[in-house]
Design a binder for this molecule. Sequence first.
Ligand SMILES: [Zn+2]
Length: 271
Amino acid sequence: MVETCLTARLGGSRFFISAMFIDTHSHIYGEEFKDERKEVVERAKAAGVERIILPDIDETTRSAMLELSEEYPGMMFPTIGLHPTSVNEDYKTELKKVEKALGEHRFYGIGECGIDLYWDKTYYKEQFHAFSYQLGLAKETNLPVIIHSRDSLNEIFKALKPYPYIKGVFHCFPGNAEEARRVIGDGFMLGIGGVVTFKNSPMAQVVQEVGIGSLLLETDSPYLTPVPHRGKRNESAYIPIIAQKIAELTQTDLKKVQEVTSQNAMNLFTL
Ligand SMILES: [Zn+2]
């Protein structure tokens, strides 16, 4: 556990520098947490995780996500989008709903969106179009995009080509070190989560090679729980475990990982 607040003295006056963790990807608004949400939030705070980005999935999750962000202003920050595994022949109607919601609430990013060819390739064309459309929304609104990519990095790169100035994060970065350097060069962040703690994790190798400068911490709760809690439901209180692993891999200290990743998150999502 790290201390969550540092006291500093500057120019004779005493003030607090907030040293906190930010979980940039949690579906804590989901059904999996319905009986224990308050406790999960309290455990996150106790672990120093004071801000949580809530990535949207589709219309079925949206109202729960918005309710939670209203309940915890200054802690929960919603984004808006259509997840690739929620894309089907009706995706145009769903995207209209996304656009409508964009005009009605404050959001901090577009997503999560992207292309997922791991579970099902049936709607590849639709997924590609839905992703491109959401990149257009990100450009229009000047919001960062949260990218979900599974077995689809080349397709993602192809979709990004017409949008060279988009900023965002590759959540649960799925590529190798060379691909990581490419997306960082294009101005993107890498979202690093529990996978980095797994044995022989390719993500660990990526972190070792690229360093902490362009990393964000994330859980993807309730999924991808870090070791030693693997197999259980994931939650934001495990963020320091991920940060500690990154500190070891990059031979730096936990506080540095905390500072750099939180600053990266605040800059990207304008928190
Ligand atoms: Zn997610």
